[in-house]
Design a protein around this ligand. Structure first.
Ligand SMILES: Cc1cc2nc3c(=O)[nH]c(=O)nc-3n(C[C@H](O)[C@H](O)[C@H](O)COP(=O)(O)O)c2cc1C
Length: 394
């Protein structure tokens, strides 16, 4: 989860390390960091961490990354850093692009954050219209991803995950709705995946063989026209040898990753046809498992109970479960889930209400503000962990 806790220079410091130290003691299988941006000019949010192409004399910056990796892994839990470029989802004023600087994207298609004039004005003010990337823009972004992975490997992280979900730049390339190019990077499912394949291949050339390289992708509806395109792209990622695939969904245009529009998160999981159905993207995971039985699958979003997690794992739907908000409310969530002597099934859960969508967001019909309210609430709680304070459910 993006923490919004960067220090000066977009570097990690003591506050973010305190949060991950807390999680490091929680018996998690692995820690996956919030997104780390590969370009200081294009941030996803105002407190994002980001890497640069550090020169030899910038050893203090490298040391900051080393201390962060150490804090995550001090109790032996491997830490995987999520690396990202927001593309057209970078708000003005975040990072060094300058207030008038344009965002970049595969094609000059602006975000659609809601219907109506108000949404369109808000979108123009916050995000503007992206510039369609030139070949040199693409080459620079590939090099920035590779640089970021190299720095993080050098500083002690156990792996990286490419953020190719949630409507960020790599997912903008993968989707025909945001990529209408007709060159080597668009026009077919294979060509839309090319930038991601180039990044993976070039990262492999600069990191140790034991360094984990995973990818996070959005689910596609089985009935959607681009479902087969997504399958083609997953086949390519599987063939190139990604170590795991994380399944999520949603974007700023439609924030289903937070459960918005999927189903009522706070509903009792037992009401569903199976308890595993508490996972938001279960059906897509089942489809992937059928087609790619050997791909390591990490399913994220909606898991709240021991029974739900156990059912998904036992059914073989996924190999790993990703836990977001429950980790904020209970940094020791794995203990709660796995110690069935200390905690009964009734106790082994973190069920909580949704954060209410602000009135003005409903009025203006801007979906991103609904997902944003949820994220902001939980980010605030992460800041409480950074300050050594207890956290509270919404
Ligand atoms: C505060 C916050 C920040 C998030 N930042 C990221 C992020 O940086 N990268 C990402 O892939 N997902 C991010 N997410 C989404 C979570 O990874 C996850 O998909 C979502 O919270 C649903 O899982 P949950 O139901 O277990 O919370 C964030 C969620 C929250 C609450």
């Amino acid at each position: 989860m993006a923490e919004g806790l960067a220090d000066r220079g977009y570097l990690p410091g003591p506050r973010i390390s305190r949060v991950y130290s807390r999680w490091a003691k929680g018996d998690w299988g692995a820690l996956l960091t919030g997104n780390i941006q590969v370009d200081v000019r294009h941030l996803g949010g105002y407190g994002d961490l980001a890497t640069r192409d550090y020169q030899a004399e910038e050893y203090q910056s490298l040391n900051a990354w080393e201390l962060y990796a150490e804090a995550c892994q001090e109790h032996g839990t491997p830490a995987i850093a999520q690396i990202c470029h927001p593309g057209r989802q970078s708000p003005r004023g975040a990072g060094e692009r300058g207030f008038l600087g344009q965002t970049i994207a595969p094609s000059a298609i602006p975000l659609h954050i809601g219907d109506g004039l108000a949404a369109s004005i808000v979108r123009s003010i916050i995000f503007g219209c992206p510039k369609a990337m030139s070949q040199s823009d693409i080459d620079r972004v590939v090099a920035q991803f590779v640089n970021c992975a190299r720095v993080l490997a050098q500083c002690g992280f156990s792996g990286i995950e490419l953020h190719a979900a949630h409507g960020y730049l790599l997912s903008q390339f993968l989707s025909p709705r945001s990529n209408t190019r007709q060159d080597d990077y668009g026009g077919s499912a294979e060509r839309r995946a090319r930038i991601v394949l180039d990044i993976i291949q070039q990262i492999r050339n600069v990191v140790p063989a034991t360094f984990c390289v995973g990818i996070k992708l959005n689910s596609a509806d089985h009935n959607a026209s681009d479902f087969e395109d997504t399958m083609t792209q997953i086949q390519l990622f599987s063939d190139i040898g990604v170590d795991f695939l994380e399944i999520s969904g949603g974007s700023y245009e439609d924030p289903t990753m937070m459960g918005r529009g999927v189903r009522d998160e706070s509903s009792n999981a037992k009401d569903q046809s199976t308890v595993a159905r508490e996972a938001f993207f279960l059906d897509f995971a089942i489809q992937i498992r059928k087609r790619f039985p050997n791909l390591i699958l990490l399913l994220t979003g909606g898991f709240r109970t021991r029974e739900g997690i156990e059912a998904a794992l036992k059914a073989g739907v996924c190999d790993l479960v990703g836990i977001g908000r429950p980790a904020v409310l209970r940094p020791d969530f794995p203990r709660l889930i796995m110690d069935d002597k200390a905690y009964s099934n009734r106790e082994a859960r973190a069920v909580f209400s949704k954060v209410p969508v602000p009135f003005f967001a409903r009025l203006l019909q801007i979906k991103v503000l609904g997902g944003g309210a949820e994220t902001e609430y939980f980010r605030g709680q992460i800041h409480r962990i950074a300050d050594g304070l207890p956290t509270y459910a919404p």
